[in-house]
Design a protein around this ligand. Structure first.
Ligand code: HEC
Length: 193
């Protein structure tokens, strides 16, 4: 009985392609995987690509554009992944700057991608599209100003409890579920008395 199961499972695992290894073999030579958005912006918009000397967009850069501009970014994720996969498939086999989703300021630094026609299979393209789709862009909006009263923090969020005359009574780092946070508030209230 066990053998029968093995026979059934093996072909599936053999043929399931790993997007990451396709990326390493066929895209990584030109497309770096991840560089933080802040660095990318500085590189392209302020330093004319002299900081990073990139020859192609990074995968997180591609992921950001693809997720934002293909299909409905707020709609069904599976459907969008299929649409993204179709775009990646088409672009990799027939690259064309007219179809590009990148900012013109960024594209200006790149040659047009050479076609991968005959060098990559449909299955490999499908698998690699899924890794571009696995990036989740997060917008970070953190004030870099110093806090007043000499307060400092190392985690966001951090809660400070102060007396009316500005004396710090309690610092609580982290986000909490309702019950725990109510308890923290009660403790702070006690400490303030
Ligand atoms: C020989 C270098 C090279 C290889 C290998 C390569 N690319 Fe590219 N790729 C580029 C360059 C350069 C650009 C930017 C210019 C352009 O869009 O044609 C680009 C652009 C793209 C774009 C379009 C971005 C846009 O909207 O402008 C996609 C999608 C893409 N590559 C996917 C892939 C995938 C997937 C692989 C691997 C299977 C891959 N590329 C392999 C050089 C390469």
């Amino acid at each position: 009985m066990k053998r029968w199961w093995l026979g059934l499972l093996l072909p599936l695992t053999l043929f399931a392609l790993d997007g990451r290894s396709v990326y390493e073999k066929k895209c990584a030579g030109c497309h770096k995987l991840y560089i933080p958005a802040e660095k990318l912006m500085a590189n392209f918009l302020e330093h004319n690509n002299t900081l990073l000397h990139l020859e192609a967009p990074t995968v997180n850069q591609l992921a950001y554009r693809l997720k934002q501009q293909i299909g409905d970014p707020k709609g069904d994720k599976e459907i969008q992944l299929m649409e993204v996969a179709a775009f990646v498939h088409d672009y990799a086999l027939a690259p064309d700057r007219q179809k590009s989703l990148c900012m013109p300021e960024v594209m200006a630094h790149f040659e047009t991608m050479p076609s991968l026609k005959g060098k990559i299979s449909d299955e490999e393209l499908e698998a690699v599209a899924a890794i571009t789709h696995s990036f989740v862009p997060v917008r970070v909006d953190v004030s870099k100003e110093r806090l007043p009263e000499g307060l400092s923090w190392s985690l966001t969020p951090t809660f400070f409890f102060l007396t009316a005359d500005g004396k710090l009574v309690k610092t609580v780092p982290g986000a909490w579920v309702k019950e725990d946070f109510l308890q923290i508030l009660n403790e702070a209230k006690g400490a303030l008395r």
